[in-house]
Design a protein around this ligand. Sequence first.
Ligand SMILES: CC(C)(COP(=O)(O)OP(=O)(O)OC[C@H]1O[C@@H](n2cnc3c(N)ncnc32)[C@H](O)[C@@H]1OP(=O)(O)O)[C@@H](O)C(=O)NCCC(=O)NCCS
Length: 159
Amino acid sequence: MRLREATGDDLELLHDMLLEAFNWDGTTRFTRSEVIGDPHTARYLGGWRRPGDFGLVAVDGGTPLGAIWARALPAAAPGYGYVADDVPEIGMAVVRAHHGRGVGSALLAGCLEQARALGWRAVSLSVEDGNAAARALYLRHGFTVVGRNGGSDTMLRDL
Ligand SMILES: CC(C)(COP(=O)(O)OP(=O)(O)OC[C@H]1O[C@@H](n2cnc3c(N)ncnc32)[C@H](O)[C@@H]1OP(=O)(O)O)[C@@H](O)C(=O)NCCC(=O)NCCS
């Protein structure tokens, strides 16, 4: 497994992974067209890859195993895990068949390095109640809970 930078050509994969992130419990709560078409969820990847966007794809040979992406959203059109205009919000998912093999951990560590190298002061994310695997991963990588939005915690990682 290796990590490579997420490019403008990865949008379809990132949409697959965004859908996995919204349907993290394995049920189809959202369809692909809902996630892409909804004005709120479209904020995360619409127009990818804009200046300031960054992310990584984990691959095994040519096969994608998962991805992570980050974008700074403004207060006027925030993400669920909004903290501040100068704090990008992260989203991530690993292809289900490859869960539990360290891919998510590698993606998250790599993305934190990317964010630090780009000069961001912190990154945030939103994790829904019950998503124990994601929450454990984030706690292990130094995220702390700083807020609440609906049925989700907002978590922050200072860099
Ligand atoms: C969260 C996610 C990205 C983790 O990716 P992954 O490649 O499986 O993660 P890793 O293998 O690096 O680590 C998984 C860790 O979670 C732990 N874990 C797995 N299921 C768990 C559970 N139900 N409760 C607590 N911990 C759990 C594993 O033991 C492992 O910890 P360890 O490294 O200390 O053994 C992946 O589960 C996923 O894609 N989930 C669906 C999408 C999603 O939830 N995205 C995030 C939305 S906020």
